[in-house]
Write a protein that binds this ligand. Structure first.
Ligand code: WQD
Length: 337
């Protein structure tokens, strides 16, 4: 049976992806330093699937430690999630973001070469498109107009992987550009567990819904959108996770880039209304100043993933809101309960 290595595999996307790989009959090894995740997530993935996985408490920048992981197992592929991911924090701590995110990616690539692992799927982000002028966004659109160090690290790692694929004809590189992942596994056992004040919309709303926050601050309503609030392409994390399995199953030598989104744009106020409809919970909000660096509109054209990977997002806003709330209600303090 094939085995894949998931770096950062205990995180929000990583844990959901580990579950989908196990359900697809692929063995999973996880490396995670649990600096922004919990081993509990992996316990629950194993309980939900009835299958076991191997995990290492390991920082992906530590080459010696990572070499022991590669020496212990013949990996068919690496799915690289490990990295810092808070946009605002990256503006305040750029050196830590460049060091951690670039160093971990290079360490993984060098060990893949040393142990002849020939497939990598990389957790990239629509943030590499910067503020695209036309919608929906195609993979062929210009990248590299990032608006924060976090986005620049994703752009730079994409470049490293594309150059590595050019230099080694046996290497398969797949860049998955996520739009806005939200939701949780329907069991409510695993989900999004941000440390401190949530940066992102969905976890903030679910914390309001369970009474941890008094109200949602809506960052601006003067954008050129139907109701003036920001428009994004929200995608259910289970759909996103299944996109990783599809990408791995279709991995061939060369470089491949896919948008993982639904192709639908939803405004902040539309998301709030969908959440209230799906859960019956009122979400009080106040319109405040726009957040610096935010783009007005961002949504995907996901046709290439559909045509080449046979993958499309199947779950809609109702399921995203229902499942996000179910996770938060069952775990008001995330994995710290
Ligand atoms: C969505 C919309 C906000 C919070 C970022 C990263 C991206 C990825 C996802 C990591 C916007 C509005 C938000 C709030 C609000 N991260 N909002 N009040 O900024 O589209 O994308 O997170 O991979 O790379 O760039 O996501 O959820 O922060 O914001 O009004 O308290 O919700 O203005 O319109 P974003 P978000």
């Amino acid at each position: 049976m094939a085995t894949v290595l998931l770096t950062g595999g205990a995180g929000f996307i990583g844990s959901h992806t580990a579950l989908e790989f196990l359900n697809a009959g692929v063995d999973v090894v996880v490396v995670d330093d649990f600096s922004n995740s919990s081993p509990k997530a992996l316990d629950r993935v194993q309980k939900l699937t009835g299958k076991s996985l191997t995990s290492y408490n390991q920082n992906a920048c530590d080459a010696e430690g990572m070499r022991r992981v590669f020496a212990n197992c013949r990996f068919d592929a690496v799915v690289h999630f490990a990295g810092f991911k808070a946009v605002g924090e990256s503006v305040a701590k750029p050196l830590e973001y460049y060091r951690n995110n670039i160093d971990s990616a290079l360490t993984v690539c060098e060990l893949m070469r040393e142990y002849d692992v020939r497939k990598i799927v990389f957790s990239s982000s629509a943030t590499v498109y910067g503020s695209a002028k036309t919608m929906p966004i195609l993979e062929s659109f210009e990248t590299g107009r990032c608006t924060n160090p976090y986005g620049w690290t994703k752009f730079m790692i994409e470049q490293i992987l594309l150059d590595a694929a050019k230099a080694d004809p046996n290497l398969s590189v797949t860049l998955l550009r996520y739009f806005n992942p939200v939701g949780a596994h329907e069991s409510g056992e695993i989900g999004e567990d941000p440390l401190g004040l949530p940066n992102n919309l969905a976890p903030f709303i679910t914390q309001v819904a369970v009474g941890k926050r008094a109200k949602l601050n809506v960052f601006g309503n003067t954008y050129p959108t139907p109701d003036g609030t920001g428009v994004r392409d929200y995608i259910h994390v289970v759909d996103l996770a299944q996109g990783h399995v599809a990408a791995y199953q279709h991995a061939t030598p060369g470089a491949h880039i896919y948008n993982l989104g639904t192709g639908k744009g939803t405004s902040v106020l539309e998301f709030v209304a969908a959440f209230e409809r799906a859960t019956g919970v009122h979400i009080p909000y106040e319109i405040v100043e726009p957040r610096p660096g935010d783009v007005a509109v961002c949504y995907a054209d996901p046709k290439r993933a559909e045509q080449e990977l046979g993958w499309t997002a199947k779950l809609g806003l109702d399921e995203m809101c229902r499942d996000a709330y179910n996770w938060q209600r069952k775990n008001p303090n995330g994995y710290r309960d």
